[in-house]
Design a protein around this ligand. Structure first.
Ligand code: PRX
Length: 647
């Protein structure tokens, strides 16, 4: 939270009213919904639960034993049933559920009936491989329909899934498999990325050396590259799907049974297994998706996130499919084969709702408006963003060049832990301010607190918290309830701390300022400084490392690392590249530091705390210019003198 940031935000006073034509057709047309939810929060959520088909009704909306919540107590349901079976019973059976666009330009449409059949068959395959209710399944796949099929097949039989983003390294995959003790791994031969092939199966094989819980690996053939198959362990998806029954009843699950684990970075080195359960999560994602994205039967909805992140879980798979929507799924990157690929996809499928990330928008800004201008984007009617604060310039660009000043923008603030969108405009109701995620969703109680736990007055900033439980909230950290309680609920008893800093303005609009903890948000993805530091120290030449997030024009933040080498190690020219590659190998390319600075010692306070503000100033060129080596310990010492105040 830098001073300049505050200044910039304070100057933003443009206001955009919902267009009348949009409001007149919107799913939510009146701000009364906020008053209703405020007057009876649990009643509001009870009403939302009617969107979901329950096998047995719940008896209590919420049981709150801080910090542990149970929602819709006693209710029985199945997430896959809600996403598939209930649509297949009616006219939606022939509606497109997933429109898939592959990077090489191949495409595939799965109707709800197709998806129901494939999911049921694959659920039977999982059963035949020994997966029972409660067993964990790890999914390491590209953005192909099989990723959604695998998730829904797990949900169908009550096996919690743990999806690992395909960009993570073998070692990250191994850690996540081991933490979840997954019985089956679902992967593919490879995935397409900018015309080349990423070897997912080879990564999986490396990961499995040292991940002994996995009994079987199911491999989807996507790229056709040659891969090694281990007899007795590995099977091809297309082979095991042959001659399998498409009848597989959806398992009745308790509202509080685990639906999935999703690993996310925290302030320590070890990723946290965020646990989401079934009933509250489905109610949360279905209701937010319907109201925030103003979903209608005829919409073509495209969320550009990867299924490996929570955005993909909640707003590609569970929310949209529960609502019977048509979802576009795109496999590749925005610049392959050309920089107009997103706009070509929108033109081709007449996408009406686009949900993407500020980092992508800043990239498009850099490329210039000629790419979107070369395509017909007139089908668009609503835009969304997620993942990090959007700077007002990028918001205005998105509004003008993509939305043609016609489409409202929903800037949605939420987290892996919250499961569902928490702060957002309602597009037919809420006037927009570029750069603000506006106000909490109805039924969500957000507060900005000072250190002492007192709410700050309008016009000021502090710690962003959620003061009341919400249905899609994480229930615990997998097998580590203490870490759950300590990480999220220890600052102020019973109050959830988000890790973000925020301010609210005189009109009660929220402005999220970024993380206050040691988490770096690179292109909307959370990376723990400790994770990168551990990866660096793992290199045989490194004695100590400290990482910080430095401002970056496109990525929002980039990782900068300060490294102290072991005694006697000479700094070689190629060592920087080697260390960067080492981090990519240990964690994944998204954690690769942009800069590495060698330093004879790390600047620490007397109590041993690393002086991160000093490091940030160095990384952004304020303290030293562009010096990349702080070889002389006296330089660090004199800098330390200047920064004595840092706590
Ligand atoms: O710092 C906030 C930022 O992303 C964090 C959550 O990251 P993750 O769990 O990976 O989930 C990302 C997708 C939901 C938050 O703590 N963040 C997310 N959305 C916004 C945001 N910051 C500002 N504005 C947003 N709309």
């Amino acid at each position: 939270m830098t001073e300049e940031r505050f200044e910039a935000l304070l100057q933003e006073n443009r206001l955009f009213q919902p267009p009348e034509s949009f409001q007149a057709q919107a799913n939510v047309q009146s701000s009364e919904i906020y008053d209703m939810a405020r007057a009876d929060r649990l009643g509001f959520w009870a009403k939302q639960s009617e969107r979901i088909t329950w096998f047995e009704p719940w008896t209590q909306v919420l049981d709150w034993q801080p910090p542990f919540a149970q929602w819709f107590v006693g209710g029985k349901l199945n997430a896959a049933y809600n996403c598939l079976d209930r649509h297949v019973e009616g006219w939606r059976r022939n509606k497109a559920a997933i429109i898939f666009e592959g990077e090489p330009g191949d495409s595939r449409v799965l109707t709800y009936q197709d998806l129901h059949r494939e999911v049921s068959q694959f659920a039977n395959v999982l059963k035949s491989l020994g997966v029972h209710k409660g067993d964990r399944v790890t999914i390491y796949l590209p953005m192909i329909p099989e990723a959604a099929i695998a998730m829904l097949a797990c949900a169908r039989i009550g096996a919690p899934h743990s999806v690992v983003f395909g960009g993570f390294s073998a070692e990250s995959l191994r850690d996540r498999i081991n933490d979840a003790e997954a019985k089956v791994l679902i992967t593919s031969d490879g995935s397409f990325r900018r015309g080349s092939v990423v070897q997912l199966k080879a990564n999986a094989d490396t990961a499995l050396k040292g991940a002994n819980s996995v009994e079987h690996v199911v491999v989807v053939k996507r790229t056709g590259i040659e891969v090694a198959m281990t007899a007795g362990r590995d099977v091809w998806y297309h082979e095991v799907m042959q001659d399998v029954s498409s009848v597989c009843p959806a398992e009745p699950m308790d509202a509080e049974d685990m639906l999935y684990i999703l690993y996310t970075s925290g302030t320590t080195g070890k990723p946290k297994g965020v646990v989401h359960t079934t009933g509250g999560y489905m109610v949360g994602v279905a209701s937010t998706h319907q109201m925030i994205f103003d979903i209608k039967e005829e919409d073509v909805y495209w969320c550009t996130a990867d299924v490996g992140w929570v955005t993909g879980h909640s707003y590609i798979v569970y929310g949209p499919l529960a609502n019977g929507s048509t979802v576009v799924m795109y496999e590749g990157s925005p610049d392959y084969p050309a920089k107009d690929r997103f706009w070509q996809v929108i033109e081709k499928y007449k996408v009406s709702i686009l949900y993407t990330a500020p980092t992508a928008i800043r990239t498009f800004m850099k490329w210039g408006p000629k790419y979107p201008q070369s395509r017909d984007l007139s089908s668009l009617r609503l835009l969304g963003t997620v993942g990090e604060p959007i700077n007002p310039e990028a918001w205005m660009w998105y509004y003008k060049y993509i939305g043609a000043e016609r489409c409202p923008i929903v800037d949605t603030w939420w987290q892996t832990e919250t499961g569902m969108i928490m702060m957002t405009p309602l597009p037919g109701v809420t006037p927009l301010k570029p750069g603000s995620c506006t106000v909490p969703f109805p039924g969500v109680e957000v507060e900005i607190l000072d250190r002492a736990g007192q709410p700050v007055p309008k016009g000021s900033g502090g710690y962003l918290t959620v003061s009341q439980p919400w249905p899609a909230m994480l229930r615990t950290v997998y097998r580590d309830p203490d870490r759950y309680a300590n990480t999220y609920f220890s600052n102020w008893p019973g109050i959830y701390f988000t890790g973000d800093g925020a301010k609210w303005d005189e009109e009660g609009y929220f402005w999220v300022l970024g993380r206050v903890d040691d988490v770096i948000n690179v292109s909307g993805h959370r990376i723990g400084t400790m994770e990168v530091e551990s990866a660096l120290v793992d290199h045989p030449m490194v004695a100590e490392a400290a990482c910080i997030g430095k401002n970056h024009e496109v990525k929002g933040q980039a990782v900068a690392a300060f490294v102290t080498l072991k005694e006697g190690v000479e700094v070689r020219d190629d060592l920087i590249d080697e260390l960067k590659a080492h981090v990519a190998k240990k964690i994944g390319a998204l954690a690769r530091p942009d800069d590495i600075f060698f330093t004879a010692e790390l600047p620490k306070t007397r109590s041993g705390k690393i002086m991160r503000r000093l490091l940030r100033d160095i990384a952004e060129g304020r303290a030293l210019g562009d010096t990349t080596t702080l070889a002389d310990a006296s330089v660090v010492n004199s800098l330390k003198e200047r920064y004595k105040e840092e706590g």
